[in-house]
Design a protein around this ligand. Structure first.
Ligand code: AMP
Length: 218
């Protein structure tokens, strides 16, 4: 199964990506997580992208597409993958088509997690993230032990780009201007799968599984 998941910031892409990855045994590849990790580790890529990520601007396509191309060439992607946060615009979607064609594969579906803007804002403002594995939490749904990730035990922190309201507003504007048009793009390709993103993570995941009964009962 090869999937992309998109939706506004705070729609729950990271959370659902994690659940899909666990259930279907495919890697959830989040370009945002990879960028944050690279910045924290002080790698060359981290240095190249830090200013964009901190300001809430999109990283230039040439860096992002190269990153995804290299990641999809790794062995754990052979039986499938889920991309979270990529593509972010039509140019990246076309680049992904070229990448999959080059690998002799194709995208199976594009999941759009639909939430109204006020839900998206509420979720972003209370969100925290594991500094180790990237798992998402929220002040309403915290880890079992204070600031310790349930999954890997690393520290759960605020995202550096979530505490600046201007950055949040910019990212949402960029989503509606650049990423939302992917809905029409994937609808035209017969790949769009719109999921209601309101509700608890479990309820939303059930909706996703209903769309893919064959896979989820494997
Ligand atoms: P995310 O975790 O998906 O919200 O991404 C956090 C930040 O990483 C974004 O605000 C961008 O600066 C950068 N980023 C992540 N994915 C992409 C992408 N596909 N294209 C450009 N920039 C990206």
């Amino acid at each position: 199964m090869r999937l992309v998941i998109f939706g506004p910031q705070g729609a729950g892409k990271g959370t659902q990506g994690y659940l899909i990855s666990e259930e279907w045994g495919i890697p959830a590849i989040s370009t945002g997580d990879i960028f944050r990790w690279s910045i924290a580790q002080g790698t060359e890529l981290g240095g190249d992208v830090k200013e964009y990520v901190d300001n809430g601007d999109l990283v230039p396509d040439r860096l992002t597409v190269r990153l995804v191309r290299d990641r999809l060439a790794q062995e754990d992607t052979v039986s499938g993958w889920l991309l979270d946060g990529f593509p972010r615009n039509i140019g990246q979607a076309e680049a992904l088509d070229r990448l999959t064609a080059g690998l002799g594969t194709a995208l199976d579906a594009a999941l759009l997690l639909d939430v109204p803007e006020e839900v998206s804002l509420h979720r972003i403002l209370g969100r925290t993230v594991c500094s180790g594995c990237g798992r998402n939490y929220h002040v309403d749904v915290p880890p079992r032990e204070d600031s310790i990730c349930d999954a890997c035990g690393a520290e759960v922190v605020e995202r550096s780009d979530d505490n600046d309201k201007e950055s949040i507003r910019r990212r949402l504007r960029t989503y509606y201007d650049e990423t939302a048009p992917l809905a029409d793009f994937y609808a035209e390709h017969g790949l769009l799968c719109r999921i209601d993103g309101n509700g608890s993570p479990d309820v939303i995941f059930e909706r996703i599984k209903r769309e893919f009964p064959r896979v989820s009962h494997r």
